[in-house]
Ligand binder design. Structure first.
Ligand code: MN
Length: 231
C-alpha cells in the first residue's frame, strides 16, 4: 500500500495466560453506573444508562507485576481516577437482549477511566460533548484481558483503588446500576457492537484527583492489579 505516511500501530491487549492478543476496535464507557458515584457527582442514580467513548489509542497497556506510567495530561489541573471493570466484546451484534449478552463477552480487565474533571465539568455546564474531559491521550490504562472461560461470568467481587497506599475507591461489582448484560443490551440498541470493542462499565464512589508522582493501584477480584504512576 502506498500510504502518505506510515499506518498508525494497531492497538491490542494481551490475553492473560495465552500468547494471544485482543485487538481493540472501540472503547465505550458507561456514565454514572454506581449509585454512590452518581450521588457524589450530584445525581440521584435513577436514570437510564448513557455512554461516551474514548479513542482506541488512549489505551496504555500495563502488564501484571509492572508499574505503568501516564503523562499528566495537557490542559487540566484536576486529573481524576475512576477504577472500572472493563468488558471485552468477542462477538458483535446489535439489539442484543440481556439474556443473550453472555455469548458476546470475550473477557474482562481492570481499567482506569482517567478524567480531566475540570474540563468535563465545564463541558457539562455548557451542554458540550465530554470528549475533552474523557477522550484524551493515555486516558485508558488497562491490564491484560482475562478470558471469561477462566473468570466465569462477573457479577460480584470487589473493585478498589489505592493511591499511594491509601484506599480511595472501594465497592463491589454487584452494585452496578446496570449490570454487564443490561449494559450490552442498552449499548447495542444504539451501536452495532463488534469484536474488539471494550466497555468501561462505570466507576464506584471515591473518585478524586491525582498529581504528578502519585501511584495508583487498582484491582477487581479475579482480574489482578493495575499499577499506574502519574509521571
Ligand atoms: Mn467512568
Amino acid at each position: 500500500m502506498n500510504y502518505v505516511f506510515p499506518l498508525p500501530p494497531a492497538v491490542s491487549i494481551p490475553v492473560h495466560g495465552t500468547e494471544q492478543r485482543f485487538p481493540v476496535r472501540r472503547i465505550y464507557c458507561v456514565g454514572r453506573n454506581y449509585v454512590e458515584h452518581a450521588k457524589e457527582m450530584g445525581f440521584t442514580g435513577r436514570e437510564p444508562p448513557f455512554f461516551f467513548m474514548k479513542p482506541a489509542d488512549a489505551i496504555v497497556y500495563v502488564p501484571h507485576g509492572e508499574t505503568g506510567s501516564i503523562r499528566y495530561p495537557l490542559g487540566t489541573s484536576s486529573l481524576h481516577h475512576e477504577i472500572e471493570m472493563v468488558v471485552a466484546i468477542g462477538k458483535g451484534g446489535e439489539k442484543i437482549a440481556a439474556a443473550d449478552a453472555a455469548a458476546h463477552v470475550f473477557g474482562y480487565a481492570v481499567g482506569l477511566d482517567m478524567t480531566r474533571r475540570d474540563l468535563q465539568g465545564e463541558a457539562k455546564k455548557a451542554g458540550r460533548p465530554w470528549e475533552i474531559g474523557k477522550g484524551f491521550d493515555q486516558s485508558a490504562p488497562i491490564g491484560p484481558i482475562h478470558p471469561v472461560s477462566k473468570t466465569g461470568w462477573m457479577e460480584e467481587g470487589e473493585i478498589s483503588l489505592l493511591v499511594n497506599g491509601k484506599l480511595t475507591q472501594q465497592s463491589t461489582i454487584d452494585k452496578l446500576i446496570w449490570n454487564v448484560a443490561e449494559t450490552i443490551e442498552h449499548l447495542s440498541s444504539y451501536w452495532a457492537l463488534a469484536p474488539g470493542d471494550l466497555i468501561f462499565s462505570g466507576t464506584p464512589e471515591g473518585v478524586a484527583a491525582v498529581v504528578r508522582g502519585d501511584l495508583m493501584v487498582g484491582s477487581v477480584s479475579g482480574l489482578g492489579e493495575l499499577k499506574v504512576k502519574v509521571a
